[in-house]
Ligand binder design. Structure first.
Ligand code: ATP
Length: 264
């Protein structure tokens, strides 16, 4: 479908089209479409732009990935369909490995996702023929690679479920999530919860990684200073402020935020 660029919700419609195409290509499962709908609802409430606390988490995430000994980015079907280029760019910027990890796992789908990542420029993708398990997980999401997620010290898990986030934290890893729902078990359990839309979050993280690339001391300082509980509280305060503003009948969307906050 050709979406006119002038459409006010162009970016959102493009994302839907990518997911539907991903489903046609056997990369996305129907359950992934449902998960996306939940994310969209939160994005609408958040104003469809990166909230300030998410920027802080994104910078921290870039700092953590850059200073990690063994960073890994976990990729599922929605991530591969929505943002393959951004994912590969981030992996390059922070020297992280990419590993396909699926809840609804079939070897054919793992292979298709790995192929999509390679088409986006990835050279090395883990996923097929896993040789380890994440302890304490029953689902196929436990399957992983010894030289990938299993031995990683920092793992980025975009669009994750709470169980695996918790299991990875239990293994002693620093877990960065990307999830628009600040109330999800994933956001509540991750070491660095990024509450932002996937594509925006990855692009911002690439920018921060490039800024911090040659400043390891600054990156370490940023990672140390992060206050996860304070950040989640700030996100919920922002959401509450948005709802109060909308309830008050004023349009607080794009462009109106700065003057609004100055007047409250
Ligand atoms: P949990 O187990 O963490 O409570 P869940 O059961 O909702 O979460 P999933 O069904 O895997 O877990 O949903 C994935 C999450 O991803 C949802 O919370 C949804 O808000 C979020 N999400 C979906 N699409 C996007 C997107 N494009 N960008 C950011 N977040 C998204």
């Amino acid at each position: 479908m050709k979406i006119p660029k002038s459409h006010p919700r162009y970016a959102s419609l493009v994302r839907r089209e990518r997911l539907v195409q991903g489903w046609r290509d056997g990369i996305v499962v129907p359950e992934g479409l449902i998960a996306h709908g939940r994310g969209e609802a939160f994005d609408y409430l958040l104003g469809e732009e990166t909230p300030a606390p998410a920027l802080v988490s994104e910078k921290t995430a870039a700092a953590l990935l850059l200073t990690a000994d063994h960073p890994v980015i976990s990729v599922n079907g929605n991530v591969a369909a929505l943002a393959p280029k951004e994912t590969v760019r981030l992996a390059r910027a922070v020297s992280a490995r990419l590993e396909v990890n699926l809840f609804h796992r079939t070897e054919a789908r793992v292979a298709r996702i790995a192929k999509a990542l390679r088409a986006a420029g990835a050279r090395d993708v883990l996923g097929p023929r896993p040789d380890a398990r994440i302890p304490g997980l029953e689902s196929k999401r436990a399957l992983c690679h010894r030289e990938g997620i299993y031995s990683a010290d920092v793992v980025l898990v975009p669009l994750e479920d709470g169980d695996r986030t918790e299991a990875l934290v239990r293994m002693g890893k620093r877990v960065i999530s990307i999830d628009l729902n600040p109330l999800s078990r994933t956001s509540q359990r991750a070491s660095v919860p990024v509450v932002d839309e996937l594509t925006r979050a990855l692009s911002n993280m690439v920018t921060f990684a490039k800024e911090l690339q040659h400043h390891p001391e600054e990156a370490r300082r940023i990672a140390r200073a992060y206050d996860r509980a304070g950040n989640l509280r700030a996100t919920l305060s922002f959401l509450a402020w948005r709802l109060r503003s909308l309830h008050g009948g004023r349009n607080r969307r794009r462009g109106s935020r700065r003057s609004d906050s100055a007047s409250t």
